[in-house]
Design a binder for this molecule. Structure first.
Ligand SMILES: NC(=O)c1ccc[n+]([C@@H]2O[C@H](COP(=O)([O-])OP(=O)(O)OC[C@H]3O[C@@H](n4cnc5c(N)ncnc54)[C@H](OP(=O)(O)O)[C@@H]3O)[C@@H](O)[C@H]2O)c1
Length: 302
């Protein structure tokens, strides 16, 4: 089968399409024919070698990319052959990823594909929706929650899921995205920019009860949280020091097919696709994601 891999780290030009043996499912795993694979920021960091330098991904001669998949079951356990599914590859030590014609995932990482979305739309959900849901799980107080990067893939789902949990959502994004993030369920909108804490406190005296920070603003977002509140960071090194008794935690995505199925059934998620490109144009997708300004995910189709 064809797979898009890197054999040296660098810019988008290091992405290579190579022929590799088809993967075989082990016990408790499923073989999926990939219909769509979303391109996420973590793929760019993987390609650039940042995750290997950080010791997160072991060095290897051929490194596959891609965490998010929509496809059709070809073999394995837990699903029937022909089932349309979505899934998350969070076993990053495995040599190949979702940028391929086929992928093997643990059955526990796989969920039935939501019937109301196209494969490209569905492929954008596992990583971003599960991360948003698992980040919200870390918030123990109710009340008011700030979401930075609210127009982004994770932030948009975080707004929608927080709204569904009846939290009062204060969203931070570019002014041009106000209508979109209000549509996801934001109750208040704060344009991104300096003095975020001051501007949030004019809307929520004393500050919000909790902040989710997928925009990686760190201390600027922490400043908007009340003393003794909660803060959820989304990347290593993006967690601010826990000033004013604020409990700071970092979310780390974990695959969870059952949860993913529940999230897609609940109906709060609105997948957004910026564009669909053939797998052979993965380098272009990486360039476009790195350039910023996309609304929705780029999706690759083998
Ligand atoms: N820890 C985990 O398990 C986990 C899992 C998934 C993702 N992540 C991380 O979470 C982060 C967000 O991921 P994503 O997929 O949502 O990325 P994304 O779709 O690129 O969204 C990031 C959003 O942040 C916005 N932003 C950037 N700087 C900002 C600022 N100063 N103020 C307000 N908004 C700002 C961006 O706006 P513009 O586009 O207008 O610049 C964009 O809308 C990434 O770093 C990703 O690696 C972590």
């Amino acid at each position: 089968m064809r797979a898009m891999v890197v054999r040296r780290f660098g810019g988008p030009e290091v992405l290579e399409s190579i022929e590799v043996p088809a993967p075989e499912p082990g016990p408790g795993q499923v073989l999926i024919r990939v219909t769509a694979a979303a391109v996420n920021p973590v793929d760019l960091a993987t390609r650039a070698g940042i995750l290997t330098e950080a010791g997160v991904i072991p060095p290897r001669e051929v490194l596959g990319l891609g965490w998010d998949v929509a496809g059709v079951v070809e073999a394995g356990s837990g699903f029937r052959v022909g089932d349309a599914v979505i899934g998350l590859r969070d076993r990053i030590a495995t040599p190949l990823g979702a940028y391929a014609e086929q992928i093997v995932l643990d059955a526990s990482a796989v969920a039935p594909a939501p019937v109301c979305f196209s494969p490209a739309e569905a492929a954008t959900l596992p990583l971003n929706a599960l991360t948003a849901a698992q980040a919200l799980d870390l918030v123990e107080t109710g009340g008011t929650v700030l979401v930075t990067g609210a127009a982004g893939a994770v932030g948009g789902h975080a707004v929608a899921l927080a709204h569904a949990r009846k939290l009062h959502v204060v969203a931070v994004a570019s002014e041009a995205d106000e209508a979109a993030v209000r549509g996801f369920g934001a109750d208040r909108f704060v344009p991104r920019g300096p003095a975020l804490g001051d501007r949030v406190r004019t809307l929520v005296p004393g500050g919000v009860d909790a902040a989710l920070d997928p925009a990686l603003l760190g201390l600027d977002a922490l400043d908007a949280v009340r003393g003794g509140g909660e803060f959820v960071a989304f990347a290593a090194g993006a967690a601010p020091i826990p000033l004013r008794g604020i409990r700071v935690r970092t979310v780390w995505i974990r695959a969870d097919g059952e949860r993913l199925a529940g999230l897609t059934r609940a109906g709060a998620l609105r997948p957004r696709v910026a564009d669909v490109l053939p797998l052979s144009r993965a380098a272009e997708a990486h360039e476009r994601l790195a350039a910023g300004g996309l609304r929705g995910r780029l999706v690759l189709t083998p």
